[in-house]
Design a protein around this ligand. Structure first.
Ligand SMILES: NC(=O)c1ccc[n+]([C@@H]2O[C@H](COP(=O)([O-])OP(=O)(O)OC[C@H]3O[C@@H](n4cnc5c(N)ncnc54)[C@H](OP(=O)(O)O)[C@@H]3O)[C@@H](O)[C@H]2O)c1
Length: 248
């Protein structure tokens, strides 16, 4: 099949990544998928109707990660679109350091290493679109302390890359996809918390096609994000709410 473009999905094993891959394949886009364990994705890759290759990603080792992405970039003659969909999130009220460290390693150091590498490759190529599936969780601190902070880092990092692209006067689009918090439920097939995954992926790809700098997915999360930012601290930070006295 003749393909019209090449897309890399970095962190390609999640349900959302797979749906993005399916929809890109339906648009005749050649796919280069990066995952921790390539063998686990071979069957999925073979099921797609476009040329699809799977490559290893060692997010915990920035030097190795740089080599992995750069080698594929050279051998496959670059890419038009790179979607970064790596992420780690978990909640433990006792805030164990190991968990915080793991989240920072994947969502901050790993994320920056991937985006730094891809941005430089796109600079050499002199065009491209770099997108990240980010989260509205980054707009304010929250109970998953390191996770919320890591998403703020990602948002800020993308702002900087976008500024760099402008200064270099290169057509490199930096797209920050702000995913709503509850969309996880849709991924877990929870019928009560729509929208379905297909809609989430479709809205992401539409926003990318439009070259959006930032998009909220699904769209209703723009309002939630706005409210989230506007709420005064004493309301936002529910720990300050007075608990009702128990009746005897
Ligand atoms: N799902 C939601 O409701 C939601 C809401 C808002 C924002 N987001 C954000 O959207 C992005 C994608 O979320 P998702 O739910 O599709 O997927 P996810 O289950 O959070 O995982 C995304 C990807 O990260 C990769 N990953 C995690 N740790 C890794 C590591 N140490 N090395 C390499 N890869 C690693 C996973 O690959 P492996 O399977 O190979 O480990 C997976 O493909 C994340 O950044 C997430 O924070 C999600």
């Amino acid at each position: 099949m003749t393909t019209i473009a090449t897309a890399m999905i970095i962190g390609a094993s999640s349900q959302l990544s797979k749906e993005l891959a399916r929809q890109l394949a339906a648009q005749n886009v050649k796919l280069l998928l990066f995952v921790q364990e390539p063998d686990a994705l071979t069957e999925f890759a073979n099921s797609l109707s476009v040329p699809t290759a799977v490559f290893p990603l060692t997010i915990t080792d920035p030097t190795k990660l740089n080599e992995q992405i750069s080698q594929v970039w050279q051998s496959e003659n670059g890419a038009h679109l790179v979607i970064v969909n790596t992420g780690l999130n978990s909640y433990d009220a006792s805030l164990p350091w190991q968990l915080e460290e793991d989240i920072i390693e994947v969502n901050v150091r790993g994320f920056a290493a991937i985006c730094n590498c891809v941005f430089k490759l796109m600079t050499e190529q002199r065009y491209g679109q770099l997108a990240a599936i980010n989260s509205i969780a980054g707009q304010r601190g929250g109970p998953s302390v390191a996770y919320h902070a890591s998403k703020a880092f990602a948002e800020n990092y993308f702002q900087g890359l976008s500024m760099h692209a402008q200064r270099l006067k290169l057509p490199i689009t930096i797209s920050d996809i702000q995913l709503g918090l509850l969309d996880k439920a849709a991924m877990q097939q929870n019928r009560f918390l729509l929208p379905p995954l297909e809609k989430v992926a479709k809205q992401i790809l539409t926003a990318l096609k439009q070259g959006k700098r930032r998009a909220y997915v699904t769209k209703r999360w723009r309002v939630v994000a706005w409210l989230n930012r506007m709420l005064p601290e004493y309301i936002y930070n529910t720990r300050h709410w007075k608990t009702k006295k128990k009746k005897d």
